[in-house]
Design a protein around this ligand. Structure first.
Ligand code: GDP
Length: 538
């Protein structure tokens, strides 16, 4: 027990995700935040844990082969009175669906940018999701120990490419390509770091002081010191005021500079970020907003991870708590089925080490052993609270394949695999009445999802499958109540049904889609199922 009130517990929570293009340094920054948060004592351990996991889990083989991270974890630590939850999102673009869902569990996002590369494709996509969802974005320009773009040029790039103004919270100090520290605009002081040459394995010693301090002038040299003073004057003179509303609306981002690898700028970032980042925010439900001040428990499932250990067939449902206190062993209602579930053996994650959770508050993320009833987006609520979370993103698949078991004796296991993997959101499953009895059509946002799917069906369910990619790349749903019987000109489309038996049209090209739309001018072609909404550009 912390001795804090419920309100204080909620107010000290900061739950955020780091969004970045692969290789921008997300793993490194996460690790350094853990280092400064006291959760680990020597950096380098996150990577090595990753490596151990590869060895112990079959499923992770694919990660190893591809050299990418397929799964995501949740990290928690305390810093300066705050309880910090980092949602570690997978960085590979093929797994964006999973990443987007993880963002639904965050209250803010840290956008990490490589100083040499600037805004990259994945950064753009993820930023757009945050803006559409009203998730405030903080920006950390990384790798300042190396040559890269000029700070002012990067600010311009953010504005031009993402349409967001930035408010520098700190400013790099030293020689471009070899910065040594930051000027903290809040404290109005310079902080220079002593480079240890050990890739920032431990906390860096630093010295701080006013800009006019003679020692800094000497260390930086007359010319760079003057340049710094001019730049600070320019920033202060630009008169951009920090405004919470514009941050919330995705028009303004607090900007930090630093180097995750050598550690400089990491702690000043952590300190200011935690002060500015929002505590748990209210969430939309069908019955109205649920505010974290609500004392009755509510949570939603944003991720399901199954069969992490093939020997135990475990299935973890990750939930984000939105209101009330979670207590081990409590009984809650699963809103989608109306069933009461006892939340036994909840897990919390620090890096990959599991520990049992006794108590948790809004903003916290926990993993629950799930017997198989929960799906992505489902709600868990305590009796007496009527809340079904909505607003969960569905993404239009862009790749399709036909699958069937090689051996029809394995049909039962095959069906189980299809159902469970669809529930997990690993793949979207469609049936096709026109196809021979055994097969399904599966859809994915990225083709790597197919590889993982095949690997898992064969490894975890023991069913060898034939997977034949289709040439289709566009899916369109019909409004509720509309059937294809009423439609003309569908000879260029394949008609399938989704898990809810709604008809879905698959097209090979924009040309074929346009043709069908022209033949049926009164019918709306939807990017996602009618009752759901989408995040993609229409
Ligand atoms: P992720 O794919 O975003 O998780 O990126 P990683 O954290 O794995 O980093 C990608 C590469 O960039 C690795 O080789 C890191 O050592 C390197 N890196 C990360 N941060 C910095 C930094 O501040 N400076 C330099 N020079 N390299 C960095």
């Amino acid at each position: 027990m912390s001795g804090l009130t419920y309100e204080q517990e909620v107010a000290r929570r900061r739950s955020f995700a780091i969004i970045a293009h692969p290789d921008a340094g997300k793993t490194t920054l996460t690790e350094k935040l853990l280092l400064y948060g006291g959760a680990i004592h020597l950096a380098g351990s996150v990577k090595s844990r990753k490596a151990n996991k590869h060895a112990s889990s079959d499923w992770m083989e694919i990660e190893k082969q591809r050299g990418i991270s397929v799964t995501s974890s949740v990290l928690q630590f305390d810093y300066d009175g705050y309880r910090v939850n980092i949602l570690d999102t997978p960085g590979h673009q093929d797994f964006s669906e999973d990443t987007y869902r993880t963002l639904m569990a965050a209250d803010s996002a840290v956008m990490l940018i490589d100083v040499a590369k600037g805004v990259e494709t994945q950064t753009k996509k993820l930023f757009k999701v945050c803006r559409d969802r009203g998730i405030p974005v903080f920006t950390f320009i990384n790798k300042l120990d190396r040559a890269g773009k000029e700070p002012f040029a990067l600010m311009e790039e953010l504005e031009e490419v993402l349409g967001i103004r930035s408010y520098p919270m700190n400013w790099p100090v030293g020689i471009p390509g070899g910065y040594k520290g930051v000027y903290n605009r809040v404290k109005k002081q310079i902080e220079l770091f002593e480079m240890s040459g050990r890739h920032g394995a431990s906390i860096l010693p630093s010295k701080a002081g006013g800009v006019d301090d003679a020692a800094f002038k000497e260390e930086l040299g007359e010319e760079f010191h003057k340049q710094l003073c001019d730049e600070i004057e320019l920033l202060d003179g630009a008169g951009e005021v920090f405004d919470w509303d514009t941050l919330q609306q995705g028009q303004l981002t607090p900007l930090f500079f630093g180097s995750a690898m050598t550690n400089f700028g990491v702690e000043p970032f952590l300190q200011e970020f935690l002060k500015m980042a929002p505590p748990p925010s209210p969430r939309k439900t069908l019955q109205g907003n649920v505010d974290p001040t609500e004392k009755k428990f509510s949570a939603f499932v944003f991720k399901i991870q199954a069969n992490m250990n093939p020997a135990h067939r475990d299935r973890l449902a990750f939930i984000r708590i939105c209101s009330g206190v979670f207590e081990k062993g409590m009984e809650v209602k699963h809103a989608q089925t109306g069933k009461m579930i006892k939340l036994a053996q909840p897990q919390q994650f620090l890096a990959q080490e599991r520990s049992i959770v006794e108590e948790a508050f809004p903003g916290d993320i926990i993993g629950l052993f799930d017997p198989g009833s929960m799906g992505i987006g489902d709600s868990l609520v305590s009796a007496g609270l009527n809340a079904t979370f909505t607003d969960f993103p569905v993404f239009p698949p862009e790749h399709f394949a036909r699958v069937q078991p090689k051996n029809s004796m394995k049909r039962k296991q095959f069906l189980k695999a299809m159902e469970e993997l669809a529930q997990e959101g690993a793949i979207q499953v469609f049936s096709n009445p026109m196809l021979s009895g055994e097969g399904f059509v599966i859809g994915a946002v990225g083709t790597l999802q197919f590889d993982v799917f095949k690997h898992r069906v064969e490894g975890e369910y023991g069913v060898n499958i034939l997977l034949e990619p289709l040439g289709h790349s566009l899916a369109r749903w019909l409004p509720r109540g509309v059937t294809t019987k009423e439609m003309k000109g569908l000879d260029k489309a394949v008609v399938v049904q989704d898990r809810w038996q709604d008809p879905v049209l698959l097209f090979e090209s924009n040309w074929a889609l346009r043709w069908a739309m022209e033949q049926n001018p009164d019918i709306e072609f939807l990017l996602t199922p009618a009752s759901r909404e989408s995040l993609v550009e229409k």
